[in-house]
Write a protein that binds this ligand. Sequence first.
Ligand code: P1T
Length: 392
Amino acid sequence: MPRKHVVRTHTIRRMNFETLAIHAGQPPDPAYGAVMTPIYQTSTYAQNKIGEAAYDYARTANPTRTALQDCIAALEGGKHGLAFASGMAAIDCVIRLLRPGDHVLASNDVYGGTYRIFKRVYEDYGVQASFVEMSDLDAVRAAMRPNTRMIWIETPTNPLLKVADIAAIAHLRDAVRAAPQIVVDNTFASPYAQQPLKLGADIVVHSATKYLGGHSDVVNGLVALNDDATFARLKFLQNAVGAVPGPFDCFLVLRGIKTLHVRMERHSANAMAVAAWLESHPRVERVIYPGLPSHPQHAIARRQMRVFGGMVSFVVKGGPEAARRVAEGTKLFALAESLGGVESLIELPAAMTHMSVANSPLEVSPALIRLSVGIEHVDDLIADLKEALEAR
Ligand code: P1T
């Protein structure tokens, strides 16, 4: 590799987020100087001598994946990164740090798939999960058990956008003898809005399918952390279990990340305007957005987040039927699961993304609508919502 590029790789970690988003883990390629990280579409690598190759098999490692892993580590302010085939594969790998008899204390509002993997997969392997209001520190303290080995925080949560004080929970954890690891699912905020490792969390997970990818064209999961021993175990599991992403998917996420900071600013500005408009609409009962002063944890969000993100949830007057009509009535907001892409989406969590929490304590109101506010012109977004809300 030309010397200049070696220097760049080493100095880059001290740079600002915007610079890291574009460059971290991605020096010009050593083979031909390609400025964009090549898609190393190979399953194996020729070795000169046995045991001396930088790469030996692509489940174990791939240079395009290495670039993505180094990039997410830098963006989260961590030492190590790992990439997976999906957000759920990343979550699965982190849960595998637990053993039968261990307990995980999780937020009482999480992505339906996260609830499902705890209750319908890992409980069968002896891992106990319970769910608590993470914004209530007394409740968190009271819900800890002697065998609590992990605290699983989503903030903001999916879909109720509850905000947990990561630093306060880390402080509380420090007083517990078992010292459970704190995991933060940072999907909704993205590392541009908040960096949990700097607030005392141990592990960050992402569905990179969302804001990191940013264009609704890839499914991917990422993990970032500092601790060397935990990283060694997760890296072992990544290879042993094998839920790794292909190189093209890694390339797409790297490309998405280059504009993360610009997109998050616009997502957040648009979401704030949409939330404020909805709050003043007579057919809307309640709006949930961490950037609104009416949000119960607005003060924590202001302290913890650089921007408030692009997700807005709201309840319309008229119950589930009215909610369904609005969700099916928009033209620009596509009725679809997922979030975090440049285009705006609308959905009913109870009937779509969160069906797996039906009839559980985490059940979501069937009247709740969730928006993923995109980066289109905000006037067009509001006009679309107005038409759907006011249709008879
Ligand atoms: O879909 P996947 O990349 O496997 O990520 C799962 C996941 C993990 N964590 C959070 C907070 C998520 O929101 C998700 C996926 N969520 C949706 C598909 C959704 O529409 O809410």
